[in-house]
Every structure is written in C-alpha cells, then in structure tokens.
Design a protein around this ligand. Structure first.
Ligand SMILES: Cc1cc2nc3c(=O)[nH]c(=O)nc-3n(C[C@H](O)[C@H](O)[C@H](O)COP(=O)(O)OP(=O)(O)OC[C@H]3O[C@@H](n4cnc5c(N)ncnc54)[C@H](O)[C@@H]3O)c2cc1C
Length: 374
C-alpha cells in the first residue's frame, strides 16, 4: 500500500506558487508508465496540468493509496517494521521511504533578527505577488526558485532585491535542444555523489532556467538586465538593516565556474558526436552590489527565503543516515533488510529526484524487492 499524508501529487498542490510551471520540458516527464504524451513536448506544464497528469497516471493503474495518512514513526519490529500513522499502527515486511527529495526548507541563522512589520515567507508559502504587502521584496537565495520568484515579482511591478549564492546556470535552449536534453545526453545528469567534489556539493542548486511563458533563460545576467537588484549572500540582519557579503561579482563568478564544469561535459559530447560547440560562457558580470539594505528606507515589507532544502527523516527511527541527514543507501537499498528509499536527491544520480530520473531508480528498487520477497 502507498501511505500519503495528503493526496496524490500533494507537494505540487500545496507547496508551489500559483503561476508555477515545470522547469523541465514536458517530454522529460518520464514517470514509469506515465510519460508525457500531450501536444506540446517542448512546453512546460503549469502546476494544475501537472497535477492532472499525475492524477490520470495514477487512475490508470490504481495504486492502493491510503491518502490523508501521515506517518509519524517508523521503527524495527520483529524482523519487520512498525509504523505509527494518523490512521493507526501498521506492520510491514518491506518499506520504501519515498517522502520527497526536497522536504524541509533550509534557513540560515538570522531570521529572528528582522523587524516585526516585515513579513517573512518560505518559498512554499508564497502564492502570488498580489497576496504580498505593498512595497519592495527581498528574495534570499538564488537557486531556481529564488530566480523565478524574483522575475515574477519584478514583472508584477515590485522592486526586487535578490541575495545571491553560487548557482549553476546555462541557456534554456542551445544547439537546437533544450538544456535538459544536454544534461541527459552529456551524462551530467548521471553523475553520482562520488563524482562530485564533495558530498556537500549535493546541496548546490539545479541549473538556473525557467519554463515560464514557454521557457526562457533566467539567471544573474537576465535578472540584472531586467532591473532586479543583485546583492551578495545574506550575512545577517540588525536594527532594520540587512547585511550582505562584500562582493556579489565574485559570487556570480563562482556560479559561472560551476557552469564551466557543465560546459566541459557538453563540449565533450559535441567532440564525441562531431557537433559544433553550441554555447560559450559570456565575459564576467561586474556589479557594484550594495552590502547593506535599510529595509524601511527601501520600503521592503516582505522577505522570501529560497535558500534550498535539507533532508527530513526525523520520523524514521533507524540508523541509516549520514551526518548531513541523507539516507545511506546503494541504489535505494539500505543495510537494514527490507528498508529502501526512493526519490532522494542524488540517490543514484543527480537526476534521481526528478521527473526524468525517477523511473530508472524505481525499476531497480522494485526489482530488488520482488527478487528478495520474504
Ligand atoms: C520548487 C520545486 C520545483 C521543482 N521543479 C521540478 C521540475 O520542474 N522538474 C522536475 O523533474 N522536478 C522538479 N522538482 C523536483 C520534484 O520535487 C520531484 O521531481 C518530484 O516531486 C519528486 O516526487 P517524489 O514523489 O519523490 O517527492 P514529493 O513530490 O515530494 O512527494 C513526497 C510525498 O510524500 C508525502 N510525505 C512526506 N512525509 C510523509 C509522512 N511522514 N507520512 C506520509 N506521507 C509523507 C508528501 O505529502 C508527498 O506527497 C521540483 C522541486 C521543487 C521543490
């Protein structure tokens, strides 16, 4: 059985903003038996279309879902597992924890140091520009979500400040293909944790781009050109002032360096297939970003935190987690017999917690369970 705290596709229903659409193209929705087959493969499904897609996929094979069933504890019991759920206690021989790769919003220290009259929101609490207090908005965190919200708020006529971090970016389309095609074909999406400079590199953002209005480039240069004020990393807040790092240009350059790594993969693919090099990194972007923001003077009344996610498996009372809170597993299988994970960021590959990578992992986990049926 499938236990679900909310409803099928819950995260897309309740943890995304109103205008949300996929960052990845429709053709890359490759759920097992639920690939996109609509009329716009190069398009980007809006939130409600994606929910409808997942609903009709589930209706097609009718998995035994028990919705509105929250699991508060999972532990060992007589060679199997005991689960405490909002619908009572359950026993299981095999458990697959598939509670999402982007579970808990990560917040740096300092959130308590903002004035009371400034509203602070997590990305998953943001819905639409009109629902915010009037005034300017400070978005803290420049991954895919932060950049998309900064663009949306700017287009809605808000003055927007974006506190930047190190983020990989690339053009939306180049060499006749979407960015995600290049990620897959070049092997970049197939990198495992061991291929990264350190396990911590798992926390870096996915490449910046957007699916909004049919998809377009969205990164530091596009945001700067449209008038979003880029500032360096958030350092802290005090007496109504927010402090940022000293050198936003260096932070942007660090993002460019990550893009250069991706570019090497793309260039290697082109060399192998005899294709022309489709994309060159532009010259460095130099900005005199401010290091301090007086919230009252700039009329900033809303701060949106888009500083990434961390694993959250506090309810899994089994010794299978590393010091960052990620499950210790190989292809989804843990050292505890009968316990598996699915949809963990970098479970097998960088693509593991995406709509284009999950099917491969699911097949491996499902086969292992069937072959080792107890
Ligand atoms: C802002 C954002 C944008 C994204 N955009 C894209 C994109 O464009 N393309 C793409 O491929 N991927 C995207 N992703 C990644 C996306 O999360 C995954 O592709 C997809 O949601 C993974 O599905 P999942 O079922 O593994 O996890 P989730 O969708 O997170 O589902 C996990 C489910 O577990 C349930 N659950 C959690 N804890 C418990 C509990 N204790 N008891 C019972 N139920 C529980 C939740 O209610 C939820 O329904 C995005 C992620 C985020 C955060």
């Amino acid at each position: 059985m499938v236990l679900e705290a909310g409803r099928v596709a819950e995260t897309w229903r309740t943890r995304r903003w109103d205008s949300f659409c996929l960052v990845t193209p429709n053709w890359s929705v490759m759920l097992p038996g639920g690939s996109y087959a609509g009329p716009d493969p190069e398009g980007f499904m809006p939130r409600d279309a994606l929910i409808a897609h997942i609903e009709s996929w589930a209706a097609g094979f009718r998995p035994p879902v028990r919705d509105h069933t929250h699991i508060s504890s999972l532990e060992h019991q007589d060679g199997g597992f005991q689960l405490e759920t909002s619908a009572g206690r359950l026993l299981a021989r095999t458990v697959v924890v598939a509670s999402g790769g982007y579970q808990r919003a990560h917040l740096p220290p300092g959130t308590k140091d903002f004035p009371q009259d400034v509203t602070q929101l997590l990305a998953e609490e943001y819905r639409t520009p009109g629902a915010l207090q009037d005034g300017a908005v400070l978005v803290i965190g420049s991954g895919q979500t932060g950049c998309q919200l900064a663009e949306e708020l700017h287009l809605a006529g808000r003055k927007v400040f974006l506190a930047c971090g190190h983020a990989l970016w690339a053009p939306r389309r180049f060499g006749g293909h979407d960015l995600v095609w290049w990620l897959l074909e070049s092997g970049f999406a197939h990198r495992g944790v061991a291929d990264l400079p350190s396990p911590k590199a798992r926390l870096l953002s996915n490449p910046l781009a957007t699916g909004r209005d049919g998809g377009h480039d969205l990164h530091y240069r596009t945001l700067h050109a449209m008038g979003v004020q880029l500032v360096d990393r958030f350092v802290g807040a005090e007496d109504g002032k927010v402090h940022f790092g000293e050198d936003v240009s260096a932070t942007i350059a660090a993002g460019d360096a990550l893009s250069a790594v991706l570019k090497k993969w793309i260039d290697a693919l082109c060399e192998k297939r005899g294709l022309p090099i489709p994309w060159e990194l532009p010259p460095a972007l130099r900005i005199d970003g401010r290091t301090e923001l007086d919230l009252a003077r700039e009329q900033v009344r809303t701060v949106i935190w888009t500083t990434g996610y961390r694993p959250h498996f506090d309810w899994v009372h089994l010794p299978v987690f590393d010091d960052m809170g990620f499950p210790i597993q190989v292809a989804g299988k843990t050292n505890v017999e009968g316990l598996y994970f699915m949809g963990v960021h970098f479970q097998r590959k960088s693509q593991s917690a995406t709509l284009y990578g999950v099917a491969e992992d699911a097949e491996i986990v499902a086969s292992h369970i069937v072959e080792n049926r107890r």
